[in-house]
Structure formats: C-alpha cells, structure tokens
Design a protein around this ligand. Sequence first.
Ligand code: F0G
Length: 365
Amino acid sequence: SPVDRSGVWRFRDLLPIVADERNIVTLSEGNTPLYELPRSAEALGLDRLLAKHQGMNPTGSFKDTGMTAALSVAKEMGYRWVACASTGNTSAALAAYAARARMQSLVLIPEGKIAWGKLSQAMDYGALTLQLRTDFDGCVQVLSEVVRKAPVYLLNSVNPYRLEGQKTPAFEIAEQMDWSVPDHVIVPGGNLANCSALGKGFLEMKSLGITDKLPRISVIQASGANPLYRSMMANGGEHLEPVEANTRASAIRIGNPASWRKAVRILRETGGWCEEVNEAEIALAKAEIGAEGIGCEPASAVTLAGLKKLVQKRRVASSETTVLLLTGHTLKDSDYTIAYHRGELLREEEAAPLKPEIELTRRNT
Ligand code: F0G
C-alpha cells in the first residue's frame, strides 16, 4: 500500500500517532538517498563523509516527513483549516499535504525574504498565501493571534506530531548503514526543531537496543542568525537572547528559535557542538556540494561549512564517519546559485578573506 511505501509510515510502530490508516495523508515521502561526498572527504582528510539528502522529498525539503504525520493527525481530528508561519519550506510542504487531505491551508511568510521556488509551491498547491511586511519571527506572532480566534490547526514546528515524522530520517540513516550509526551528524539550525527531532530518533533507537551508540549531533547556524551559538558561548545554553536575524540562507533567517531548549538538550546528551559560519563560507560550501553532483539549498550548505570548522578544531577525526543533513533541494533557491556563480552574490569584502581549503570549484561568469 502507499502507506507501506512511505519512509515515514513504514516506521509507524515507532510513532506515537493514533492514525486510522484511512486518514494517513502521504505523498511517498522519505526513503531519501544517503550519498557519499568523496571529493569533500578527500579535501578534508576524512575517510568517509556522507550526505542524507532530505531535499529529495516530494516538495524538495525535509519538512515533508513532519507534514505527513501532522496532516494525518489534523485530518483525524476533523480540522478543515491548517496554518503555519514559514521561511518557505514549511509553507510548501504544508500546502501540498493539505491539498492531498482536501483541507484549506493558510501560510504567512515574510515579504521578500523567501526564495521564489518556495513561494511558487505554496501558490501551486493552493494555499491562501499571505506575505507580511515583517520577518519570520513577526509572522509567528501574527499567526498565534489568528489561531486563538479561529478553529485553525497550527502546524509550526512546535507541533509534536511534526517532530515524530522528522525523527524518521534517523532510522533511515541507521538502516542505510546496516544498523550502525555515524560518529557525527551535522544539522543546520534555524527554529531548532529538526536537530531535536533527529536526536529523538537516535535516542529512541539506542534505548530500544536497535543501535548501540549515539552520534554526536552538531548544529550549525549562519553567523547572521546565530542565537543558539551565542547562547552556548555566553552561558552554555542556559538562556537564549533573541537576535535580529539576517542571512542570505533565508530558510534559517530566524532570530527567536522556538525549540532552543530541546536543541540544547540534544547537544548535551549527544556531546555535539554548535558552530557559526559566515556568508562566504556558506556560499563556498554550497558550490562544493554542487560540484559533487548533488547540490542543496544555501541553508543546507552550512553543514559542510561547519564541518570544516569541526575538523580544524580536531573535533572530527579522520577515521570518523560524518553524515551531513542536507535539508533542501538545490532548485529551491536558484537565484542564489546563479548570483554566486556570476560573482554577484557576495560583496567584495565578504569574499576576499576566504581562502578556500577545498579547491573544488571555479566560479563561472
Ligand atoms: N534547512 C532548511 C532548508 C529549512 O527550510 C529550515 C527551516 C532549516 C534548515 C532549519 O530547520 O528550523 O528545524 O532548525 N525552515 C523553516 C520553514 C523554518 O519555515 O521552512 P529548523
């Protein structure tokens, strides 16, 4: 059945979601590839570097694994409307799964601050799409007012069912490694739900005895949107001060992340780290992932940029295996890619200090 082919629902024994099978809303999500990154591995002196490409999901991002779970619950509970605030990928996934469930969807996005590919998806799948003259954090505030007044099911990443779906890539990674786990998993950090969900997946596998250890889960933020990084540096994650966020990796342009406490817990329990990477480091890493014949969106490329720092600091050893979590497809934000390769993305002072350690790509003009 379509349910058994889904990379999320084939693990339903491990999901505390009471869904009558007839209410399951699926687009055959999950079952994404785990790619080798041989050129980057060689350049960094690592024996093995892998990329779990969640951009290969039906709407092109990791959000689909969470949305299939949450929309199924929404359908079971009899909701007619679902809604989210988003930097683009959540809104695309929500719109698609709501359409499949024959439900109405409302998405609030920050005007001019999301990639066109994502905006076009929300429209294509038929969401009521509102661009607000604010940032992501402002959209979250407006939406919390809306759901107080209307019978709308809120599907932001604090929704626990989304996290249940988003933990399943952890199961797939282990499965694809013959039920072992990597030494390191590296995840981009925005609203900080995804690192928490994956951590939950790895913790559950270990406590069930399916795997025998935990990977160190590290979170990488853009330096212009780095509230978790600052919090870890300043007070070890005891307290988080929201920041005014700005980065060209628009998916993770978030200053006040909802799930930061969960993220800190995962960093502590798995022994991972939080790093920040600047705009030039992100752009170069994205080009390098492209040069492997794989590609990803800018927010996903922070993982490779962050790995370079962890290798420099000798936190990742050459004999250890690392999995980068690539969260979005390269076609999500083609404007970024074209601007970079034309030499129009970075200001000269941003690009100048960067001495590429990996000689993989030549910029095209
Ligand atoms: N990578 C991509 C491509 C994303 O779209 C997001 C988040 C993240 C990483 C960060 O994940 O928030 O769980 O830490 N996108 C959300 C959205 C905020 O609205 O699409 P996170």
